[in-house]
Every structure is written in C-alpha cells, then in structure tokens.
Design a binder for this molecule. Structure first.
Ligand code: NIG
Ligand code: FE
Length: 414
C-alpha cells in the first residue's frame, strides 16, 4: 500500500544528501519545498517534490491519497533525552519550590530522585508500562516520533531491570523509534549514603553486565554533578560501558562545572546533556568531537535555572540539540512544541536553528540519524501535518497552542 500526501503548503527539512548533523552557521538553514507532495511505501519515504513534479497515481486500488489541505509537513521531533517511565508525579516538590526551596534542598530532605525511586520500587511492571504507554501516546499526538528513555528511578538491580523491561515492552508494542539508556548512576540510594564506591561497584560490576546480557540498553548515562557522581565515577562507568561497546549520553554541567564534558568527550560519549553552565574548556573539548551538546530548556524553565548557551555553541561552530528531559522532578512535560518555542524565545535560536536542533541533531544524539530527522528518501515516514499556518516559524511563535493536525509514524496515521 502506497500513501501520497498532496497539496502540502510547505514540506519542511527535506534532505537530498544524508547528513550526520548540522553545526554552527549551517544551523541557520533548512531546505523546504513549497506546494509539495510526499510518497510513502512500506513505512518509508519513497519520493517527494513539488506538486508540478508529481507523476500522479499509478494504481488507485493500491494508493491512499491524503490532501494536506494547505497544511505544512514536518519530520516528527526526535526527543533524545527523557525519563518517561516513572511511578508518580511530584507536584508537592513543585509547591516546595514555589515556597522558596531549591532543587538541591528538596533532594537533601528526601525528595528528588530518591523520592521517585521509592515510588517506582513499589510499582508493578504492568502499572509502569500502562502509564508510560499513555504518556508516549500523548507525546506522539504532539509530534514526537522517536524518543530516548532512561532508567535511573530504580537504583537497585531489580528495579533498574524493571524499568528497562518496561522500555523494552514499549519498543516491542509501539511504532515509535525508542532507544533505552541505563542510568543506574542517577543518585546514591540511602543504603549507600556512606559507601559510594560500593554503589558504583554494584552499578558497574553487577547491573551493567546484566543489562548488557539481557540486551536492555542502547546507551549508559550518569548524573555527573556535585552531590551525585564524580569525574572518577563517570570515567569508570564510561570505560566499563565502552568495553561492552556501549556509548554514553551523560548528564553534565546542570548546576556546576566539574569537568564532565571533557571526561565524556574523551570517552567518546554520543551526547552531553543539560549544559546550563559552560566554560571555555567545555567548548574546546567539544570542538572536533563526535559528541552532540544537548540543551534541555524546559528543565531550565521549570526549575528557574540558567538556560544553556545555544547561541555561543553555534557561534563556536558546534551543533546544538534540544530535548525535553521529560521527568516528574525537573521537567514534567515532554511537549517538544514547547521545547521548540523555548528554543526561540529563551535561547534566541531562529526557527530554522530550532528545527535542526529538534530533528536531525536529536536524531544523531540517539543514534537514529540514518533513519530519522529529515524528509529524505529511504528514511522512516515519521512526519506530521499541521493546520494551515502562515509560515513554518508560526509553529514556534504560537507557543502553547496545538497546530498539529495529524501524525504519521512508520507510514501509519496515529
Ligand atoms: O535530567 N538531573 C538529573 N536528572 C533529571 C532530574 C531527575 C529528577 O528530578 O527526578 C534531569 O533533570
Ligand atoms: Fe535528564
């Protein structure tokens, strides 16, 4: 069965030659085709171009024709950093923050990641799966077609495996492209408060080999931050993961600069994420590397902490990716339309830069740039059709409003 989407006002982020990512000044540009069509077969994009170039329909019995009715077509968002599987919301901490406590103070009094870990340890795999599936379906309707999901609310062997098995079930039962990341080193559990070495031994010598043996993770992650895990912990974990052939995506520079960017880049991490605080050394480490700097603006928005310096990164010739960080503590929204709007409004990125940062660059940051992130022949037909809008920048300008009409994943409308 073939599908043709015709009468597209503008087809966004088309690509003739596959790219790894888009960096620096190049982020200012996207390719688009006005008055366009796109053809899809077996879940893949087989042809696209202007309506004038369209050959029409060869076999009416085998072709579904969709009229975009003047809407635009974008590739779906790739969200390369989320903690989608969690057991409970944390709006109590939200109120504590309104009343003046900081994220760190809340964590110190037993809230934060340890609060989520306790709730998750008591939840069944089925409950976690049903909740996560519901969240994922909501995100798809908001234009997300690929997502990375981390563990890290387990913090015991059993619970880390539970959360990773939930991610595996989401992979098996949905059409969304999903990557799983093992984040056992997210916070130090209470039982290990005076024995960090012991917990790192557990993560590296017991959890990681089991996770690898059961093929439950595509990547590893660690919260490299004062009060959480050190540079030495980070190096130990990444070296161990590299021996298994698994790359890292790390949480670094959220509150403090302790050298996590360089340590991650030196050990060939695929991405470094957060980056609210950056120093010259961090930019230098990233220059010429294969590591994608990833900013999480909805976390900055929600916690009221600084925003990552997207413009400076681009001025220094680096690529930038924007992801949601969806999690119950620091970003209880996975709406990539909002992330994209924040990219323009708070990071001062142009709509073109934001489109590159939320499609091709986030696809790279989750190892999916060959199959997703642009409208290109042979890539997965993961795209969305908008309502009629005056220009593509309207998507970012019109923050908080829903302009997405229909979402297609693997060639199927959802
Ligand atoms: O990316 N910074 C560490 N981890 C998450 C927050 C987790 C939580 O508060 O539950 C983040 O912001
Ligand atoms: Fe995160």
């Amino acid at each position: 069965m073939k599908t043709v989407i015709k009468n597209i006002a503008e087809l966004i982020q088309t690509e003739d030659t596959p790219r790894k990512w888009v960096a620096g000044n190049d982020m200012k540009n996207i390719n688009t085709i006005k008055d366009a069509f796109v053809e899809i077969e077996n879940g893949l994009i087989t042809s696209f171009g202007s309506m004038g170039q369209w050959n029409g329909i060869e076999d009416w019995n085998d072709t579904e024709v969709i009229d975009a009715e003047g809407g635009m077509v974008f590739p779906t968002y790739c969200d390369s950093h989320t903690h989608l599987v969690f057991a409970a919301s944390r709006e109590g901490e939200f109120v504590d923050r309104i009343n003046g406590l900081s994220y760190t103070e809340i964590a110190e009094k037993g809230g934060g990641i340890l609060n989520s870990a306790e709730k998750l340890q008591n939840a069944s795999e089925d409950e976690l799966y049903e909740d996560a599936l519901m969240r994922l379906n909501e995100l798809v309707q908001m234009g997300t077609g690929a997502i990375e999901i981390k563990s890290g609310y387990g913090l015991t062997l059993e619970s880390e495996l539970k959360i990773l098995r939930v991610i595996e079930r989401l992979k098996e039962n949905t059409d969304v492209t999903i990557k799983a990341t093992f984040l056992g080193a997210h916070a130090l559990p209470k039982e290990y408060q005076d024995n960090k070495e012991g917990y790192m031994d557990l993560v590296i010598d017991e959890m990681l080999p089991k996770v690898i043996e059961e093929k439950l993770a595509d990547y590893v992650d660690i919260f490299c931050e004062e009060g959480y895990f050190t540079i030495d912990d980070t190096k130990r974990l990444l070296e161990a993961a590299n021996k298994f052939g698994i790359k890292a995506k790390t949480h670094v520079n959220q509150f403090n600069v302790i050298g996590g960017v360089k340590a991650s880049v030196d050990l060939e991490a695929l991405s470094v994420d957060h980056l609210e605080k950056m120093v010259n050394e961090d930019y230098e480490a990233l220059k010429g590397s294969n590591c994608m700097p990833t900013i999480l603006p909805s976390c900055s928005f929600f916690l009221g902490i600084p925003y990552g310096p997207a413009k400076e990164m681009m001025e220094r010739g680096l690529p930038v990716a924007l992801a949601s960080d969806y999690n119950p503590g620091s970003s209880p929204s996975g709406n990539m339309n909002f992330v994209a709007s924040l990219g323009c409004i708070t990071l001062k990125m142009t709509p073109e830069e934001v489109i590159n940062a939320t499609t091709i660059n986030t696809a790279y940051a989750m190892g999916a740039e060959k199959e997703l992130g642009s409208i290109a022949i042979g890539k997965k037909a993961n795209l969305f059709i908008t309502k009629p809008i005056p220009s593509y920048g309207y998507l970012h300008y019109s923050f908080g409003n829903n302009v997405i009409e229909k979402v297609m994943i693997n060639g199927k409308f959802q």
